[in-house]
Structures are given as structure tokens and as C-alpha cells.
Design a binder for this molecule. Structure first.
Ligand SMILES: [Zn+2]
Length: 696
């Protein structure tokens, strides 16, 4: 998998309220007096207000999780047992209840499961997520709770509450609440199994690391700081792992084809065969769930509440993008092959493992651009300050240190965001690799609000080099990823709502959620932005000519890279849009590779086993291309008005980010653009890349 973002929390983030989970004992037998409701809500708000990310022990977090979920169940029993006229108070109570379960059971537990240095605490986080899935399943299948909410007269509600109520009832029906009891029991059992499979799949991804051992000479041609960071062990051999900071520089800089091929082979077999059984289980149980709910397959189910609406729309969209990218990809491939033939005249094809290296060679020869020259200007510490400053300048916020923060590991940093002196959000940065930690790059929501319960809190988890110019030089692509993930974080901060957690960014349509982050990526190509933080070890600012060259070379590779994204998107759809018996994990991804990739593929690999999105995104990996098309449309407004035009930034923030999920994404985009969005700008950009021209 490429260094591209996962979205938010691996396990959850779809909607706060009604995520398919699983079930344990439904304890609605405990009848509570109606006047306990305010006490329960107050207890829930108190738990939400206190953050626990540095528990003393696994046991203490277990107790906290048990307490939060027990309280959630009491609230559910209370809501389900209510009589008399229903009102907005029931909806508010529902919102607090789901926010509580999310905040501790996914928010805190998600961070601890993926990043705590103590394996027992990680396990406690995993267990808590799984139990939380149970509780969400109970909530989403509680017919009495649904009936109670359904009996609220929408005419008595303000517009926001009415919108939320309508969407909540829809989500309830999607979860199967209106099925008979036997069917609901079956759904509950399926959710339970799915939650366990998901836990196993993600644990394998986090904990299984591939590596190769090579003689030091194999690293000839690599940057010196990389060689310094990889001294030989006692047996004289160097270890290179499949973690990003180890892997990526090899593909980019090493002239050694055998080394790259072997490293790719190991990387594409990571978590194989361990993840085959959990993945097959996910496909099977999700198919069963979807058909039980009346859908032909899981892809149809999971797209029904997205912007796309159906697998057919997704297929047509992917096919249009393919058509737009084909020509550029063909030209790029021919250039890569011809570059290879300069050293290997007999070459008739380019291996997948060589593409990044040859692309780097072309950037050097045809664009006189050297990535090693570029990375001199991107030391982690400077990049971090630069990204803070960009967001401060663009959106008029201020980022300060958060001194008393409960960090789970000593190199995690903590920060607060202020607007006009008022605290609007808090965040953690856990940015460097370590054993047992999450291996991708993602933003994890910990709290969404509403603001009356405290500001949003989030964590970024990435795997970048650390420090200053001696140890912390980043690839430009990593800088882009940092900013991308930061985009999710500011979306969470800016989308806090005063009233409902379920109207925040946490419930936005998934195929929109990448767009704001993808749009923000454009700023790391802007000289005025880079000039503020990109300096080399001697303090020299990145030269404008270098940034101009980076931009000239930027589109090179967009065709083949888009086709690669389409392989993943089509595979993700193909695994879920038919009965699982018709899916062949290894053959299907290979077939899409054969159809769409121009590169020679490694035989006998199993890259699906480490394709983490197959769990979290299931059928909807297309989201990245869909959001990319939206982001291209949105960015055109900034290109026209100026990237650092604060009025445009304010309008974008107010109309697209701040509403959270209080209206459909399509409407927010229309508010900003003044028309419906269209993939045309993105398609034109891909087509223009073929002629070497930059699209407007
Ligand atoms: Zn993302």
C-alpha cells in the first residue's frame, strides 16, 4: 500500500450514532425510574469531560470502559422504557448516550489499542472497542428506543433537530431495527462476529512486520542519513523492515533492483497468511448481513447512504477516471521504460518495484529535480512548525502547547487550538514509529463535542523520522501526508457543534471525508507556504527555482498513480459486490492489476492481506478518488482567489467544514461553489497531464 492516508479511526468513524457493532447481553430488564434520566445524562457528560489516555494499567482502563458502557446500557434502558409524550429531550438524551459510548469506547480505546507502549493496555483498548461494538449493536437494534424516537413529532423540533431525527431513524432502519426479533438476533450475532474479525485483522496489520537482511553493500546509492540509520548487526548484515521510513527510501533511491524486488515481495506478503481467514470472514459475514437487511450484497448496502448511492454509480465514476488517466499513464510508462533502457538496453518492461526509482531518475534528468536535494529542506521539527503556522495564517487560529496533557508515550506532543483567545480544540501528535504501534498515517477522533461537553480532541498517528536535520529529514510526500492528516484534524476542530455530537464531522458521508484533506495537500506545493518553514541545516530557505521544478515535475506519474488507485478501488468493490464464494482474493486483485497496471507485477504475492482499508472501508476505497475529484473542484476556487486569501479560506471553513454533518455534503459543497460539484475538473487535470500541460 502506498503512503496514503487511512481516514479516521480504523474501527469506527462512520457515524457516531449507529455503527454496526455486535451484541452481548441486552440488559433492558433493569427498569429505571424516569427521573433518573438527568442524573444519567450528567454522569455521561462528566465521563466525556475527563480524558483518559494514560491509564495506570490495563485494569484501570478496563474498569473505565466497563463503567462507560454500563452507563450507556442504563441510558438505553431508560430511553427504551419511557412512556408519555416524546420530545426533543429524548433525542438529546440519545445523542449524549451515543457520544459517551463513542468517546470512551472508540475514541480513547482506539488510541490506546493502536499506540499504547504496553501490550496489555493495547489489548484492553481492543477489548473495549469490541465491547463498544456490542453496545452500539444493542442501541441500533433496540426496537423500543427506535419507537420512542420515532414518536417525536418533527413539527415540534427546530430544523437541526428535525434533520438529525430523520437521519437517525433512517440509520436505525438501515441497521435492521424494524426486522422481527429472530432476524435482529441474527444481525446481532453477525455484528458480534464481525467485530472480532476486524480486531484480528487490524492486530495482525499492526504487529506483523516484514524484514529482509542484506549485506551493507546492498545499500550503495542510498542517502547517507539512511545508511547511518541502518548500521550492520553483529552478523554484519543490515536489517530493513517494511515500516515506511525503512521501505520508502529504498524504492525511491536504491539502484539495486534485486533489493527492491525482494523488499517488495516481503512487503506484499505482509500479514499473509495470517489475514486470509479474518478477511474471508469479513467478506462472508458482511455479505450475510447485507442480504439479511434486504440488499443484494455488502457493496450495495454500504454505498446506499453515501454520496455515490450505489455500486453502479461508483463503477461508472471509476471507469470515467480510468479513461481520463489512461493516456497520461501510457506516456509515463513509455518514459520510465526508456529510462530503464538507458542502463539495460534489452529491457522490455518495467517492474512495479522499479517504478519509484525510475520516476526519481526522470525527475532528476528531465526536470533537474533531485529528491535528496528537496528533502534537505524538510526536517520534521521545522515541518511541524510550518504546518502549524500555515493553519494559523489561513484560518486565523493560534496553536499553543498543552502542558498538562495526558500523553500515552513520552514522545507524543500535545497542543491546543485557540480562536480569538477561546479554546476550540486539542490534539496529540504521535508521529514516529515504534514497535507495536499503528503503521499507517491517520487521524483518530477522541472527542467530537458538542462544545457544551468540551472541545473536540483528536490524535494524529504517523510514522515519520524524528528530530532536526541530522535525523529527521522527510520526503516531500511525507510532508504532504502530514498536512493531509492535519486536514482531518482541523475538520474535526472546526466542525464542533453547539448541540449534537451526531451533527459533527463524525457523521459526515465517508466518500466526502477525504476531500478537505486532499485539498489541503496543495499547499505543500506553494512557494509562499514552503518559504516560511523549509530551510536546510544551514538555515537557507528553499530556493524558489527548486519549488518551481517540483511543480513542473508534479504531474509526472499522475497517470500511473491514478491507475494504481483504481486497482485498489476496483478490488475493494469487487470483493464486496458479489457472493463471497465468487471471490478469489489473490486472483481478483491480480486481475485488476493486469487490467490496469502497465507494470510487471510480482508473482505469488498477497498484498490484499495488508490492505487495511478492506476492513475499515470495505467496498468503498473509491472514496479517495471520489473525494479527490471533489477536492479538485474545491481547490479551483483557491487557485482563482489566491492560496493565502483569508476571505476564501473563511468562506470555505464556514460553508464546507463548520457545518459538520448538519447537512448533506453535496449541499455544503454547493454552498461554497455556487453550483453542484463535478468530476470534470479532475478529469481535465488528468487529461492535461498527458500533454504535459498544467490544468487550470
Ligand atoms: Zn485521509
Amino acid at each position: 500500500m502506498k503512503l496514503k492516508p487511512l481516514l479516521l479511526a480504523a474501527a469506527s468513524a462512520s457515524a457516531i450514532a449507529l455503527i454496526g457493532g455486535c451484541a452481548s447481553s441486552v440488559d433492558t430488564g433493569t427498569k429505571l425510574l424516569p427521573d433518573q434520566a438527568p442524573l444519567l445524562a450528567a454522569d455521561a457528560k462528566a465521563m466525556i469531560a475527563r480524558l483518559e489516555l494514560a491509564p495506570d494499567s490495563a485494569g484501570s482502563f478496563e474498569a473505565r470502559c466497563t463503567g462507560a458502557l454500563g452507563l450507556t446500557e442504563s441510558m438505553l434502558a431508560d430511553l427504551a422504557g419511557r412512556t408519555g409524550p416524546a420530545s426533543v429531550a429524548d433525542l438529546q438524551f440519545f445523542d449524549t448516550m451515543s457520544n459517551l459510548a463513542y468517546a470512551i469506547g472508540y475514541g480513547e480505546a482506539g488510541v490506546l489499542a493502536e499506540a499504547h507502549p504496553d501490550a496489555d493496555v493495547r489489548k484492553a483498548g481492543e477489548d473495549c472497542q469490541q465491547k463498544t461494538s456490542d453496545v452500539f449493536s444493542q442501541i441500533s437494534l433496540s426496537r423500543p428506543a427506535y419507537d420512542r424516537l420515532a414518536s417525536i413529532d418533527p413539527a415540534t423540533l427546530d430544523a437541526r433537530s428535525a434533520y438529525l431525527l430523520n437521519r437517525t431513524l433512517r440509520d436505525y432502519r438501515r441497521a435492521g431495527v424494524d426486522k422481527d426479533e429472530a432476524t435482529r438476533d441474527k444481525i446481532r450475532a453477525l455484528n458480534n462476529e464481525l467485530s472480532a474479525l476486524s480486531t484480528e485483522f487490524n492486530r495482525n496489520l499492526r504487529e506483523i512486520q516484514g524484514s529482509i537482511r542484506v549485506a551493507p553493500e546492498a545499500l550503495t546509492g542510498m542517502p547517507q542519513d539512511y545508511i547511518n540509520a541502518h548500521p550492520p548487526g553483529e552478523d554484519g548484515l543490515v536489517t530493513i523492515t517494511t515500516d515506511y521510513p525503512d521501505l520508502q527510501p529504498v524504492f525511491t533511491y536504491s539502484p539495486n533492483d534485486d533489493l527492491k524486488r525482494e523488499l517488495m515481495r516481503v512487503n506484499q506478503n505482509r500479514a499473509y497468511p495470517e489475514n486470509v481467514a479474518p478477511l474471508r470472514g469479513l467478506l462472508e459475514k458482511r455479505y450475510e448481513l447485507a442480504t439479511t437487511l434486504g440488499f443484494p450484497n455488502f457493496a450495495a448496502y454500504v454505498t446506499a447512504d453515501k454520496m455515490s448511492g450505489s455500486p453502479e454509480t461508483v463503477r461508472a465514476f471509476l471507469s470515467d477516471i480510468e479513461a481520463a488517466a489512461r493516456q497520461a499513464a501510457g506516456i509515463e510508462y513509455a518514459r520510465l521504460l526508456s529510462k530503464k533502457q538507458q542502463t539495460d538496453p534489452a529491457a522490455t518492461s518495467v517492474g512495479d518495484w522499479s517504478r519509484a526509482y525510475l520516476a526519481e531518475q526522470i525527475r532528476q534528468s528531465d526536470y533537474t529535480l533531485n529528491s535528496q536535494e528537496v528533502r534537505k529542506y524538510f526536517a520534521y521539527n521545522d515541518v511541524r512548525s510550518g504546518i502549524f503556522q500555515l493553519v494559523e495564517d489561513l484560518f486565523g487560529v493560534e496553536i499553543r502547547a498543552w502542558d498538562s496533557a495526558p500523553v500515552w508515550q513520552e514522545d507524543v506532543t500535545a497542543h491546543e487550538m485557540y480562536q480569538d483567545g477561546v479554546l476550540i480544540g486539542r490534539f496529540f501528535l504521535d508521529m514516529h514509529p515504534r514497535d507495536g504501534k499503528y503503521k499507517h498515517a491517520a487521524a483518530f477522533p477522541i472527542r467530537f463535542g458538542p462544545t457544551t461537553d468540551g472541545v473536540p480532541v483528536a490524535a494524529l498517528m504517523c510514522n515519520f523520522p524524528a528530530g532536526d536535520h541530522s535525523t529527521g529529514l522527510m520526503e516531500h510526500g511525507q510532508v504532504e501526508t502530514f498536512l493531509h492528516e492535519f486536514g482531518h484534524l482541523i475538520h474535526m476542530m472546526f466542525a464542533a457543534q453547539p448541540d449534537y455530537a451526531n451533527l459533527t464531522m463524525g457523521a459526515v458521508e465517508w466518500d466526502f471525508v477525504e476531500a478537505p484533506s486532499q485539498m489541503l495537500e496543495n499547499w505543500v506545493w506553494d512557494y509562499d507556504t514552503l518559504a516560511k518553514f523549509a530551510v536546510d541545516a544551514d538555515g537557507n530557505t528553499i530556493p524558489p527555482e527548486l519549488v518551481a521544478k517540483m511543480n513542473a515535475a508534479r504531474d509526472f506519474g499522475s497517470g500511473v498513480n491514478t491507475l494504481r488507485q483504481l486497482i485498489l478501488a476496483n478490488t475493494s468493490l469487487a470483493y464486496y459486490d458479489r457472493p463471497p464464494a465468487e471471490v478469489n482474493l489473490a486472483e481478483d486483485i491480480r486481475a485488476w492489476g493486469a487490467k490496469l497496471s502497465l507494470f510487471e507485477q510480482l508473482p505469488e504475492t498477497h498484498s490484499y492481506a495488508s490492505f487495511g482499508h478492506l476492513d475499515g472501508y470495505s467496498a468503498i476505497y473509491y472514496t479517495y478518488q471520489w473525494s479527490k475529484a471533489i477536492s479538485t473542484d474545491l481547490f479551483a476556487v483557491f487557485e482563482k482567489n489566491g492560496l493565502r486569501d483569508t476571505a476564501t479560506a473563511a468562506s470555505y471553513r464556514d460553508l464546507v467544514l463548520a457545518p459538520g454533518s448538519s447537512k448533506p455534503a453535496g449541499e455544503m459543497i454547493r454552498d461554497f461553489l455556487g453550483r453542484d460539484w463535478s468530476p470534470e475538473a479532475y478529469e481535465q487535470q488528468l487529461i492535461a497531464a498527458a500533454s504535459g500541460e498544467k490544468a487550470e
